[in-house]
Design a protein around this ligand. Structure first.
Ligand code: GLU
Length: 558
C-alpha cells in the first residue's frame, strides 16, 4: 500500500506537521521550570476535584518558575454546556489561580501556544493523523454501530480474553487502497485508528510522579484517534496538544491512569518525547461506612463555587486542599500564619497515592483557624464582601452596625489562642446576630427560650434589675467581673464557685448563673465572646431595652 497516497486521499488539504513544530517553539525557560496545564472539559460547574488538580498544576508551575496554562477540552461536543468555559475560568480566578496563557473570564484567548480551545485545533489534529497514515501507523475505519455490535457478538462467542478492536477483529486494518477509495467515493464516514504495535501479553511500565512505578497490561486496541466527525477523542488531542504546547508534566486525575499505555503509544508513534505523568488521587467522601468518589450529581459540595456561596474564604478552601495535597502542610501552616500557601515547600511526590477524603468537618476546622488569625478588619471585609454578593439585606444591616460588628469580631482576637467562632461568613448572622438589633428582636420574638426550670421569671427579673443597678460603663473586663462578684452575695448568689458547689442549697445560684442570665437576656445565647465587651458595645440604653423586651417575653411564656 502506498501510505502517502492513502494519506492524501484521506486528508487532501492539510498542513505538514513541520509547520506546527516550527510555529510552537520550545519554551525559553530556565532549567527545571515546569510547564503545566489545567485541561477541563466544559461540561458544567468546576468540580472540587478539578480545583484540586488545577491547584497542584498551578503549584508545580509557580514553585519552579514555569508556566501554567488553561486548555479547554471541548471535543466531546455532546457533553458541552454553554457558558461552562467562562464559569470555569471565573471560579478559578476567584480562587486566585491565574493562568499565564489560555482563556480569560470573557472567553478571550491569550498566549503564544494557542488556540487553547480544542475544537479550534481541528486542522492541527488532522495534520498529525495524516502523518500517522503516511508512516503506515494509522488507517481509516468504516465500522459503524452495526459492525461494533457484530464484533462484540463475535468476541463473546470466541470468549476472548480481551474485548476490543485488535488482531483479526480489526476488520478495517487490512483494507486495500481500492477498497478504501471505493468507500470514500460512496461518501461513507470514517474514523482513523492507530495501528497498535503491541500484542496480548505485552506489559507497559512507567514511573508516575505521584504514584511511583506503575505496571499494567499494554494496550492492544487499535484506538480511534480521530472520530468520523473529524474531532479527536481525548487520546490524540492530549498527545498533540501537550507536545505542541510544550507541557513538561501532565498532571491529571487518576481516572486516566488506565489509559496511559494507549496514550504513550500515540506519543511513541508520533516520535514525540514522552512527557512524565502525575496522576492525582480522586476526592472521596464517606457514604455510610464506605468511601466513594465525590459525585458531580449527588454531592452539592462537588461544586467548587458552592463554597463561595456559603461564605468560606478562598484562602481557607485552598488551605484545606493543601492539607490533602501534602499532609505536612497543616503543621507548616500552624507555624506560618498569615503567609501565602505558595511559601510552603510543596512536593509532587508527597501527594497521597490513593483517594483523599474530602471531609467537611475538617474543612470547617481549617477555615475556623484561618478566620481566627485574620484581623477584625479583614474578617469584617470578608463578611461584607460575602453579604454584598449573596445576602444584600444582611449587607445593609452590616453597614448600619459596622462598629458593633467590628467590635465583637475584635474580642479575643490577636493573641496566641484566638477565638474560633466561625468557619464561613454565612454563619455570622447566627453566631453574632445579637449585635444587630433587627436580628435580636425578630429572632427572639419567634424563638426565645430560656432555661425556666433553673431560673424562674422573678429571679431573672431580679438579676436584670440588680445588674442595671451595679453596672458601670467605665469598668474594664476584670473590674466588671469583680464588681459582679462583690455585689451578688447580697441578693443571694454565690461569688465563689467552690463555695457554691459545696452548698448549692444555700444560694439562689452562682456567679456563673448570674452571668448566664444576663448573657442569655442580651444575646439569646449561652456561649458568646467576653460578655463585658459585648455589653459595652451594646451600651446601657440598649441593654435596658433588651432586658425589658426579654422579660416581657418570659412573662408571656410562664
Ligand atoms: N479533559 C480531561 C478531563 O477533564 C482532562 C484530563 C487532563 O488533564 O489531561 O478529565
Amino acid at each position: 500500500m502506498d501510505n502517502n497516497k492513502l494519506a492524501e486521499l484521506l486528508f487532501p488539504n492539510v498542513k505538514d506537521c513541520s509547520f506546527y513544530e516550527n510555529k510552537y517553539k520550545e519554551r525559553d525557560l530556565k532549567e527545571d521550570a515546569q510547564v503545566t496545564r489545567f485541561a477541563p472539559s466544559p461540561t458544567g460547574f468546576l468540580h472540587i476535584g478539578g480545583l484540586f488538580s488545577a491547584l497542584v498544576s498551578f503549584l508545580v508551575a509557580k514553585k519552579s518558575g514555569g508556566k501554567f496554562f488553561l486548555r479547554l477540552e471541548d471535543t466531546d461536543q455532546e457533553r458541552k454546556v454553554v457558558g461552562a468555559d467562562k464559569l470555569l475560568v471565573s471560579v478559578l480566578q476567584k480562587f486566585g489561580l491565574q493562568f499565564d496563557e489560555g482563556l480569560d473570564s470573557i472567553g478571550q484567548e491569550f498566549g503564544d501556544y494557542g488556540p487553547y480551545v480544542q475544537s479550534e485545533r481541528m486542522d492541527i489534529y488532522k495534520s498529525y493523523a495524516k502523518k500517522l497514515v503516511e508512516m503506515g501507523l494509522a488507517y481509516p475505519c468504516f465500522c459503524g454501530d452495526e459492525q461494533a455490535k457484530e464484533l462484540e457478538e463475535m468476541q463473546a462467542k470466541d470468549n476472548t480474553e480481551k474485548r476490543g478492536y485488535y488482531g483479526k477483529y480489526a476488520r478495517c486494518r487490512n483494507l486495500t487502497y481500492a477498497e478504501i477509495e471505493e468507500k470514500i467515493n460512496k461518501g461513507l464516514p470514517f474514523a482513523i485508528r492507530l495501528k497498535c504495535q503491541y500484542k496480548l501479553g505485552d506489559r507497559f511500565k512507567f514511573k508516575d510522579k505521584v504514584k511511583g512505578e506503575i505496571e499494567m497490561d499494554a494496550n492492544i486496541n487499535d484506538a480511534v484517534i480521530l472520530k468520523s466527525n473529524g474531532l479527536p477523542p481525548y487520546n490524540l488531542a492530549h498527545a498533540v496538544d501537550d507536545h505542541l504546547m510544550r507541557t513538561t508534566v501532565v498532571i491529571r486525575g487518576e481516572d486516566w491512569l488506565s489509559a496511559t499505555s494507549e496514550h504513550s503509544q500515540i506519543f511513541e508513534a508520533l516520535n514525540f518525547a514522552p512527557i512524565p505523568y502525575a496522576h492525582l488521587p480522586q476526592l472521596e467522601k464517606m457514604d455510610g461506612t464506605s468511601r466513594r468518589k465525590l459525585s458531580k450529581r449527588k454531592d452539592p459540595e462537588a461544586d467548587a463555587s458552592l463554597f463561595f456561596k456559603q461564605g468560606y474564604p478562598k484562602e481557607a478552601i485552598i488551605d484545606y486542599l493543601m492539607t490533602l495535597i501534602n499532609s505536612d502542610f497543616e503543621i507548616w501552616r500552624s507555624k506560618n500564619r498569615n503567609v501565602s500557601y505558595l511559601d510552603f515547600d510543596f512536593k509532587l511526590n508527597k501527594v497521597s497515592k490513593s483517594g483523599s477524603l474530602f471531609d467537611m468537618v475538617k474543612l470547617n476546622d481549617v477555615s475556623k483557624n484561618h478566620i481566627a488569625y485574620l484581623s477584625a478588619e479583614e474578617v469584617f471585609n470578608g463578611i461584607m464582601g460575602w453579604a454584598n454578593a449573596y445576602d444584600q439585606d444582611f449587607a445593609k444591616m452590616i453597614e448600619n452596625n459596622e462598629e458593633k460588628l467590628k467590635g465583637v469580631l475584635s474580642i479575643d482576637r490577636g493573641g496566641d489562642k484566638p477565638r474560633k467562632d466561625i468557619a464561613k461568613y454565612s454563619e455570622v448572622k447566627d453566631v453574632f446576630g445579637y449585635m444587630f438589633d433587627d436580628i435580636y428582636y425578630s429572632y427572639n420574638l419567634n424563638n426565645f427560650e430560656f432555661d425556666f426550670e433553673k431560673y424562674n421569671a422573678d429571679l431573672i427579673k431580679e438579676v436584670a434589675n440588680h445588674y442595671l443597678s451595679i453596672y458601670n460603663e467605665n469598668d474594664d473586663k476584670q473590674e466588671w467581673f469583680n464588681r459582679i462578684k462583690e455585689n451578688i452575695e447580697v441578693i443571694g448568689f454565690a461569688s465563689d464557685m467552690k463555695v457554691y458547689k459545696a452548698n448549692p442549697e444555700n444560694y439562689k445560684g452562682s456567679v456563673a448563673d448570674y452571668t448566664t442570665i444576663i448573657r442569655v437576656l442580651l444575646t439569646s445565647k449561652k456561649n458568646t465572646p467576653d460578655l463585658s465587651s459585648i455589653i459595652s458595645l451594646l451600651g446601657k440604653e440598649e441593654m435596658q431595652k433588651r432586658f425589658n423586651f426579654a422579660l416581657k417575653l418570659i412573662n408571656n411564656q410562664q
